[in-house]
Design a protein around this ligand. Structure first.
Ligand code: BGC
Ligand code: ZN
Length: 369
């Protein structure tokens, strides 16, 4: 069957290849699920992989099948798969697989302390940009048909879900903490999804990003009832003075120095969530004493988050349904750029590398009937 793959660490090595059909019997204990792939989204991590900056093939292979933001339909299930997942079910498979640390053994592989981690389509495991895949039922999440057209957004939803869940978990230390005002840095897909989740939780949100409004992303933020502020005319301290204090900040710009700019503008007792996987080596000068003192005297927290646990996928399904209910048609607007089939892998690369106006590029592996 067909798959889109790269030779990891070799720039521009994207290609279509023929790979063996996956076998449901490769999963022990009768827990295999065979899935037909419908759609796969791509993101900045895939861009880094395409450019040869990130990613590793499974041991013994010199290629990596790309794609982690998957959506598919079940073709066949093993005898010991729960009835929650049946042939015909719409499903999304998680990305990270357990290693050896204690966290991995209790289903918290997103919190692994191992030096290596296993992520389908990213590191040491093949991804989902193929016609079919097989996975253990434990890593497969069912979705209702109402989100059939947007289900490939579940994985990016989980990035925001986990970040917000971490913030809430940490802030239990404050007994009565309830975020009233948040600032989301970056208006890309993760920033917009984080904004939607915070709006669903009743939080006032400022989306702080580079480009002046109005454009597609600022419109999408405003449709959620968020305030869009551009760094081209307003500094972050000015935004915090006008719209803060920020109880929660969510960094998703992909630009490392923003983490420290955000830290300097976080409110008292606030939490700053860092979600950008910055592959570069940017350096910057920061007002270290001022930030440090603000954190000490203001009891502030800065936390990094990498996705995601099964719980984040489950919560993501609920929130995708809620997002569709509260903001009808909004989630689909993130899916700006459709690539027609695995054969169009070159279009995929072109959009991912050059299309600056795209919010989410996705491959329609199998068009709806
Ligand atoms: C993916 C995550 C992954 C992270 C680090 C992100 O793009 O969405 O699943 O954990 O990259 O590799
Ligand atoms: Zn992703």
């Amino acid at each position: 069957m067909k798959a889109i793959a790269v030779h990891p660490r070799v720039p521009n090595s994207i290609h279509l290849r023929d790979i063996p059909e996956p076998s449901i019997d490769s999963i022990p204990g009768g827990r295999g699920v065979l899935v037909e792939v419908l759609r796969v989204g791509v993101d900045g991590t895939d861009r880094d992989i395409l450019q040869g900056l990130y990613g590793a093939p499974p041991p013994g292979d010199d290629f990596l099948v790309n794609g982690h933001e998957n959506l598919g339909r079940v073709l066949q299930v093993g005898p010991n798969v729960s009835s929650r997942i049946r042939p015909g079910s719409l499903v999304v498979a998680t990305v990270r697989r357990p290693g050896k640390s204690i966290y991995d053994t209790i289903g918290m592989q997103d919190m692994t302390t191992d030096a290596v981690y296993y992520e389908r389509g990213i590191n040491l495991l093949h991804g989902y940009l193929s016609e079919r895949y097989v996975e253990a039922a434990d890593f497969v999440v069912p979705l209702p048909e109402t989100v059939a057209s947007t289900g490939c957004l579940l994985e990016p939803f989980t990035v925001a879900e986990k970040g917000i869940r971490q913030a809430i978990e940490i802030q239990r230390r404050l007994r009565v903490w309830r975020p009233l005002r948040a600032c989301v840095l970056g208006a890309g897909s993760i920033g917009l999804i984080a904004t939607a989740l915070l709006r669903l939780r009743g939080v006032e949100v400022v989306v702080y990003s580079r480009r002046p409004r109005p454009y597609r992303n600022s419109d999408l933020a405003e449709e959620l009832g968020a305030v869009y502020v551009s760094s081209s005319d307003t500094t972050l301290p000015q935004a915090a003075a006008a719209h803060g204090p920020f109880d929660l900040m969510f960094e998703a710009t992909g630009y490392g120095p923003m983490a420290f700019e955000a830290a300097a503008s976080l409110g008292t007792d606030g939490v700053l969530v860092l979600a950008s996987v910055t592959g570069g080596d940017t350096t910057t000068t920061i007002p270290a004493d001022r930030i440090n003192q603000g954190f000490v005297l203001g009891n502030k927290v800065m936390v990094g988050t990498v996705n995601a646990a099964l719980a984040d996928f489950e919560q993501g399904v609920s929130d995708m349904i809620a997002a569709e209910a509260f903001f009808p048609g909004w989630p689909a607007k993130l899916l700006t750029t459709r690539v027609a089939g695995l054969d169009a892998f070159q279009d995929l690369a072109d959009h991912l590398l050059n299309d600056k106006s795209a919010i989410k590029v996705f491959v329609e592996v199998k068009p709806p009937a």
